[in-house]
Design a protein around this ligand. Structure first.
Ligand code: ADP
Ligand code: ZN
Ligand code: ZN
Length: 739
C-alpha cells in the first residue's frame, strides 16, 4: 500500500496546500483534519494544519519529506471552524494556511498544546482545624487556614494575594499537613440557579417587537438588522435575547468594535448574568486568549464578547451571533487577510444555522440595502428608551466667517452660553495634532513627509512634525528649511489647537482632550470619564474616539468643527462615514432631561446630503445616498476587488499591474465572462507612502459570482507573474477604502 500523503495548510502566502508524509511512527489512520504537525519547510520548521489525508500527490515520491512531529492527539479545531476558515480563504482569495494563522490563537499557531493553563490550587486538608494547638501562636496561619476552609474547591494560586494569604504561611501549613496543594486546570465557576443576576427592564413596544422577531427565529438561520437610534435600548434587546439563548443551553457570540468599549460591555453583561463570560480584544494576552478560546470551544464559556477576530472563536453550542455597531470600520481588517467580520458573521450564522443580529444607529448602506432587498428583516427602534429627546441640528455656514483655531464666532458664543447654563460641551474634530500644515509665510514652503506624498502634522506640544501615514517624525524647524526666514505658521486646526484655544477662551473651565495622543497612558480615558461623569461644566475635545459607545448625559451642545471632508472626498464612502460620525457624535449628547443641540460648521450648508441628514435623519440620508450609489453603479449595486501593488522604484508597481490587467482580460475573454470592468492601473491616491511607490487596479463586477470566478482563476496566475517579485501586492475583496 502506498504511503499516506498528508496535505497541510502552512502559514505561507502561497495559495496552495503542501504534501508531507506522516512523521515516523504515526499511523495515518490516527490522523484527522485539523490536527497540527510540525514540518520542515525551506530550512525552517513550521506548524501546519492537516486538511486531508490522501493516497496520491503531484510531488514525486522521492521528494516528499516526512513531517517532524504530530502535535495533537485529537483535532483542536472543530470541523465548523475549519469550514469557516476554508470559506474565508476562498472568498478573500487568501492562502488557507495564512487564514488559519489569523483565525487561531497565537499559542496554537506556535505549536503550544491545545490545553488550558494548569494552576496550583490550595485547600484546607481534611480534618484540619483552625484551633489546632500548633497554630496557637501563629495568627497568620490560622487566618489562612480559616479562609481556605471557606473554599472547599480550593483557591487558585493567583487569587491568594486578594485573600491576604501569603506563601510563607501556606508553606508552614503544608509542613504540618494542614493544607494540600494540587495542580489542575482551573474549573469554571459554578453557576447558581437562574441565569439572571439582575431584573430585566420591561421592553417598550418597539423593543418587544424586535425581541419577538428574533426570538421566534431561534434554531435556524435568519438575519436581522436592528436599526435603533442611539439610546433606544438596542443593548437591552441583545441582553434579553442572550438570556433566551442561555436558557436554551446555547452560547452567544457578541462582536463589538475595536475601541475601549470592551470593559464597559463586559461590566454591563456581568451585572446582568450569572454566566461564564469571556472577553477577547487586543489587550488580552496570548495565554488568556487561548484559555478563552478553549473554554468557548468546550462549551465552558456561555457568552463570548470580542472584537473583529473573535468571529473565529469556536463554539460548542452556538445559539446567537450579535454584531453591535455593525457599520463600524474596525470590522474590516486592513492588512494580511482582509476580511470583514460582519460579513463573515452572516456566513458563519448560515453555516451553523443560528440567527444573526446586526445592530446600529447608523446602519451601513450595505446592510440597509440587504434589508430593503428582503435578505435581512429590518427591526426599528425609533424612540430613545429613557424618554430623552432627540438632538436638534443646526448647519452653521462658515463660508465668509474667519475661523479662530477652527472655531467660528457664533460657535464660540453658543459654547459660552452652554457653559454659563452649567452644562457640558463636546467639540468634535476628526484630526489629531495641532495643525495639519506648517507653512512658510515668506516663500510658501510646506512641511512635507520625505517618505510620503503627504503633509506633516504639527504637534506643537512635542515640538514635532509627524506624518500620520508612515509615523515619520521630525523636529519642528525654527527657520524655514527653504528660505531661512522664521515666519512659519500653522494652517488649519487639529484637536490640540482647538483644545489650546478653548482653554484660553474659557480659563475657568476644564478642557479635556480625547484622542489617540491623549489616551495612550493606561487609565487616562477612565480618569477623563470620571471627570465628565461628575457633571460640572467642561469642554470635551476629541476625534472619533468620542463617537463610540460612551454616554455623556450632561453634554447638551455638540459642535462638529468640520463636516466638509466627507462631502468633498474622492472616496465614494466618505459621505456615508461622515453621516455616521455626525449621528453617532450627536447621539452621545442630551440623554437625560436636557435635549441636545448639534452645531455643524460647514462651507456646504446647502449640500443635499447634509440637508437630508440634519432635517430628516439618517434613514432619509441613507436612501438618498443609496440612490446615488445605484445611479453610479457603486457598491452595494456592484462588487469591487482592489489589487494594490507597491515597490521601491517608480514604475515597478504599474508594470506588475499592467501584466495583471492583461491576464484578467485574457481570462475574461477565454471564459466568456461579461460584466466585469477593469479600471486602471492607476497611481494610488497617495502615490508614495513610507518610501514606496504605489498603484492599484480596481475590478468592478455587476454580479458577485462572475467577479469571483475571475478572481479564482486570476490569483494563482498573479503569484506566477515575473514582475511580482519586485513588488509587494495584495488583493482586497470588498475593499472599504480605495487607498
Ligand atoms: P443603545 O444600546 O440603543 O444605545 P441602551 O440599551 O444602552 O441603548 O439603552 C439606553 C438607556 O436606556 C440605558 O440606560 C438603558 O438602561 C435604558 N433602557 C433601555 N431599555 C429600556 C426600557 N425598556 N425601559 C427603560 N429604560 C430602558
Ligand atoms: Zn520659506
Ligand atoms: Zn510619511
Amino acid at each position: 500500500m502506498p504511503d499516506a500523503i498528508l496535505r497541510l495548510a502552512l502559514p505561507s502566502p502561497l495559495r496552495r496546500l503542501f504534501d508531507y508524509l506522516a512523521p515516523p511512527g504515526v499511523a495515518a489512520a490516527s490522523l484527522q483534519p485539523g490536527m497540527r504537525l510540525r514540518v520542515p519547510f525551506a530550512r525552517r520548521d513550521l506548524v501546519g494544519v492537516l486538511v486531508e489525508v490522501r493516497q496520491d500527490s503531484e510531488v514525486p515520491a522521492d521528494k516528499l519529506k516526512p513531517a517532524l512531529e504530530l502535535l495533537d492527539r485529537t483535532s483542536p479545531l472543530p470541523p465548523a471552524l475549519l469550514r469557516l476558515c476554508q470559506w474565508t480563504a476562498q472568498y478573500y482569495q487568501h492562502s488557507l494556511g495564512d487564514t488559519l494563522s489569523w483565525a487561531l490563537p497565537v499559542l496554537l499557531r506556535q505549536g503550544e498544546p491545545a490545553e488550558a493553563r494548569q494552576e496550583r490550587f490550595w485547600r484546607a486538608a481534611d480534618g484540619a482545624r483552625a484551633d489546632d494547638p500548633r497554630l496557637a501562636r501563629a495568627p497568620r496561619q490560622r487566618q489562612a487556614l480559616t479562609t481556605l476552609a471557606q473554599h472547599p474547591h480550593g483557591v487558585p494560586q493567583h487569587l491568594l494575594p486578594q485573600l491576604q494569604i501569603n506563601r510563607d504561611s501556606l508553606n508552614l501549613l503544608l509542613e504540618k499537613d494542614l493544607v494540600s496543594v494540587e495542580v489542575r486546570r482551573a474549573r469554571s465557576p459554578e453557576r447558581h440557579g437562574s441565569w439572571l443576576a439582575q431584573a430585566e427592564l420591561p421592553l417598550n413596544p418597539e423593543q418587544r417587537a424586535a425581541f419577538d422577531a428574533v426570538d421566534s427565529a431561534f434554531g435556524g438561520f435568519n438575519a436581522f438588522l436592528l436599526a435603533g437610534v442611539t439610546g433606544s435600548g438596542k443593548t437591552e434587546v441583545y441582553l434579553q435575547l442572550i438570556r433566551r439563548t442561555l436558557e436554551a443551553g446555547r452560547q452567544a457570540l457578541v462582536l463589538i468594535p475595536e475601541i475601549n468599549l470592551g470593559p464597559q460591555t463586559l461590566e454591563r453583561f456581568s451585572r446582568r448574568f450569572n454566566a461564564r463570560i469571556v472577553l477577547l480584544h487586543s489587550a488580552v494576552n496570548d495565554r488568556e486568549r487561548l484559555d478563552a478560546w478553549l473554554a468557548a470551544r468546550d462549551g465552558e464559556a456561555d457568552i463570548v464578547i470580542g472584537t473583529r477576530s473573535a468571529l473565529f472563536t469556536p463554539l460548542k453550542h452556538p445559539g446567537l451571533i450579535i454584531v453591535d455597531e455593525e457599520h463600524d470600520g474596525s470590522y474590516k481588517q486592513q492588512e494580511g487577510l482582509r476580511y470583514h467580520a460582519r460579513d463573515l458573521a452572516l456566513v458563519r450564522a448560515r453555516q451553523e444555522n443560528v440567527p444573526v443580529l446586526l445592530g446600529s444607529a447608523t446602519p451601513s448602506l450595505e446592510s440597509l440595502h440587504n434589508a430593503y432587498a428582503g435578505r435581512y428583516a429590518l427591526l426599528r427602534l425609533t424612540q430613545r428608551a429613557g424618554g430623552a429627546q432627540p438632538p436638534r441640528f443646526l448647519r452653521l455656514d462658515v463660508k465668509s466667517r474667519p475661523l479662530d483655531s477652527g472655531l467660528s464666532a457664533p460657535l464660540q458664543q453658543a459654547i459660552a452660553q452652554t457653559l454659563a447654563a452649567g452644562q457640558q460641551v463636546l467639540v468634535f474634530l476628526n484630526r489629531r495634532g495641532f495643525a495639519p500644515t506648517l507653512l512658510c509665510h515668506d516663500c510658501g514652503w510646506i512641511g512635507q513627509c520625505s517618505r510620503c506624498d503627504a503633509r506633516m502634522t504639527l504637534h506643537q506640544r512635542h515640538g514635532e512634525l509627524r506624518c500620520h501615514h508612515c509615523g515619520h517624525v521630525e523636529r519642528r524647524p525654527s527657520r524655514c528649511p527653504a528660505c531661512g526666514l522664521v515666519d512659519l505658521r500653522p494652517v488649519g486646526a487639529g484637536t490640540e489647537r482647538a483644545e489650546e484655544r478653548l482653554a484660553i477662551l474659557f480659563p475657568q473651565i476644564p478642557v479635556l482632550r480625547i484622542d489617540r495622543d491623549s489616551t495612550q497612558r493606561k487609565d487616562a480615558m477612565n480618569q477623563l470619564f470620571a471627570t465628565i461623569q461628575r457633571g460640572e461644566p467642561c469642554i470635551l475635545v476629541g476625534t472619533q474616539m468620542l463617537a463610540k459607545g460612551h454616554h455623556f448625559p450632561r453634554v447638551t451642545l455638540v459642535a462638529i468643527l468640520d463636516a466638509d471632508g466627507g462631502l468633498f472626498s474622492a472616496d465614494f464612502r466618505a459621505s456615508e462615514r461622515m453621516a455616521q460620525l455626525i449621528v453617532q457624535v450627536a447621539g452621545r449628547a442630551g440623554r437625560a432631561e436636557e435635549p441636545g443641540k448639534v452645531i455643524i460648521q460647514t462651507h456646504l450648508a446647502d449640500h443635499p446630503l447634509l440637508v437630508q441628514l440634519t432635517e430628516q435623519g439618517y434613514f432619509a440620508f441613507a436612501e438618498q445616498a443609496l440612490s446615488e450609489r445605484r445611479a453610479a453603479s457603486l457598491p452595494p449595486f456592484s462588487h469591487l476587488a482592489l489589487l494594490r501593488a507597491e515597490a521601491h522604484r517608480p514604475g515597478q508597481a504599474e508594470a506588475f499591474l499592467q501584466d495583471a490587467c492583461q491576464e484578467a482580460e485574457r481570462l475574461l475573454d477565454e471564459a466568456g465572462l461579461g460584466g466585469v470592468e477593469l479600471l486602471g492601473p492607476v497611481p494610488a491616491p497617495m502615490e508614495r507612502r513610507a518610501g514606496r511607490h504605489r498603484a492599484q487596479l480596481l475590478l468592478q463586477g455587476n454580479a458577485r459570482p462572475t467577479l469571483h470566478r475571475l478572481l479564482g482563476l486570476w490569483t494563482p496566475l498573479l503569484e506566477q507573474l515575473p514582475g511580482g517579485r519586485a513588488v509587494r501586492w495584495s488583493l482586497d475583496v470588498d475593499p472599504i477604502d480605495l487607498y
